[in-house]
Design a protein around this ligand. Structure first.
Ligand code: C2E
Ligand code: CA
Ligand code: CA
Ligand code: CA
Length: 277
């Protein structure tokens, strides 16, 4: 049998051992990576659909590893989480984001910042107190901070997650359910969560132009969200036609490559200045 089969020449496929090693290196090097400035936060704008005004940005973590290059957050965030370091990651992203929000306030811009949470953040009883301290330290009002959490994250351990969510909400922080429509979305359950916003998962938004099923899902999430008094955000808006359809449905906020890719802070700054000039 030939050793250079089609599969093998096409590209490098890491073995299990190599993948394990890579993951191991990621978690053991994470703190050092933070100290050395390999990790940063990019920000993706969210715009109001009726007014086209920028209402906020989503903070998305980035890691440029000296050996592996750009790492995908879908790969390293779960690894960092599994290694018990999610508190460190979230703390870093939160501090960076609040420092940005403070700077924008000083420049007269009212832009809220959304930080993604992991399930494990909600297992930390001290998390709300840490967040409150961070808000105080940066002198940012809580209504300018949003936390995005996936439904499955909350559902994993609702007994533990719910009191923490209620505490965060009581502080005045905005809560959003991310990736809505995936997982075992129990609509009844949504009513019991102290949330303000739902984000329609990008898979439906990306598919809505060609798939009537996706379009129906998007439409029903907009209706459901509004009937519960929630702000509805669509992520993954890549095409004009999607934006127009969403606007016609009454979706409140759009986020996606059509508006802007996630940007490094200096590039976002320039983007915001150009937008609000
Ligand atoms: P997410 O929270 O669902 O974030 C949205 C993802 O969609 C981001 O990928 C974003 O870059 C991408 N995206 C935005 N607009 C478009 C679009 O128009 N089309 C398409 N195809 N994609 C779009 P990213 O930055 O690679 O992040 C992936 C996931 O990693 C995030 O999904 C989130 O679950 C996680 N993540 C990223 N940053 C953090 C963080 O600071 N903390 C935690 N816990 N998780 C994070
Ligand atoms: Ca998110
Ligand atoms: Ca999402
Ligand atoms: Ca996601």
């Amino acid at each position: 049998r030939a050793t250079r089969g089609g599969e093998e020449v096409r590209g490098y496929v890491p073995s299990m051992g190599q993948m394990f090693l890579r993951r191991f290196q990621m978690v053991t090097q994470f703190r050092q990576a933070l100290e050395e400035g390999q990790v940063s936060v990019h920000y993706q704008p969210k715009v109001s659909l009726p007014s086209k005004q920028v209402v906020g940005v989503e903070a998305l973590v980035r890691w440029v590893h000296p050996e592996f290059g750009k790492l995908d957050p879908d790969e390293f965030v779960p690894a960092v989480e599994a290694a018990g370091l999610i508190g460190v990651l979230t703390g870093f992203v939160l501090d960076q984001s609040l420092a940005r929000a403070r700077k924008w306030m000083d420049e007269g811009l009212r832009v809220s910042v959304a930080v993604n949470l992991s399930v494990r953040n909600l297992a930390d009883e001290d998390f709300p107190a840490k967040v409150r301290q961070a808000l105080d330290r940066f002198e940012v009002p809580p209504e300018l901070l949003t936390f995005e959490l996936t439904e499955s994250g909350v559902m994993a351990d609702p007994q533990k997650a719910l009191p923490i969510l209620r505490e965060l909400h009581a502080l005045g922080i905005v809560l959003a359910v991310d990736d809505f429509g995936t997982g075992y979305s129990s609509l009844a359950y949504l009513r019991q969560l102290p949330v303000d916003e739902v984000k329609i998962d990008k898979s439906f938004v990306l598919g809505m132009g060609t798939d009537l099923g996706d379009l129906a899902v998007v439409r029903s999430i907009v209706e459901l969200g509004h009937s519960l008094g929630l702000t509805v955000v669509a992520e993954g808006v890549e095409e004009d036609i999607a934006r127009d359809q969403l606007e016609a449905m009454g979706c409140d906020v759009a986020q996606g490559y059509l508006i802007s890719r996630p940007l490094a802070e200096d590039r976002l700054e320039a983007w915001l200045q150009a937008r609000t000039a």
